[in-house]
Design a protein around this ligand. Structure first.
Ligand SMILES: [Zn+2]
Length: 74
């Protein structure tokens, strides 16, 4: 049997990880995108363009819960 090359079953997009906890952010999970204008609460499903972010931009993506936890840690 010839060696099989792994196929990208899940598509080319590898997904983003939360900048706080490091876990993968699900497509339908609420997330916070911290932009130059402040945090924006959205999701990958609501904003497919987020999947096109360069790594530098994706570093500003967090689970909404993680972001809220850090913000409210007083
Ligand atoms: Zn997180």
């Amino acid at each position: 049997m010839p060696a099989t090359t792994p196929s990208p079953a899940a598509g080319p997009w590898r997904g983003w990880r939360c900048g706080i906890c490091g876990e993968r952010i699900g497509v339908y999970e609420p997330l916070v995108h911290v932009t130059g204008e402040g945090p924006v609460r959205t999701s990958l499903a609501a904003e497919p363009a987020l999947a096109e972010l360069p790594d530098a931009g994706a570093a500003c993506l967090f689970h909404a819960d993680c972001h809220a936890r850090v913000l409210t840690r007083a």
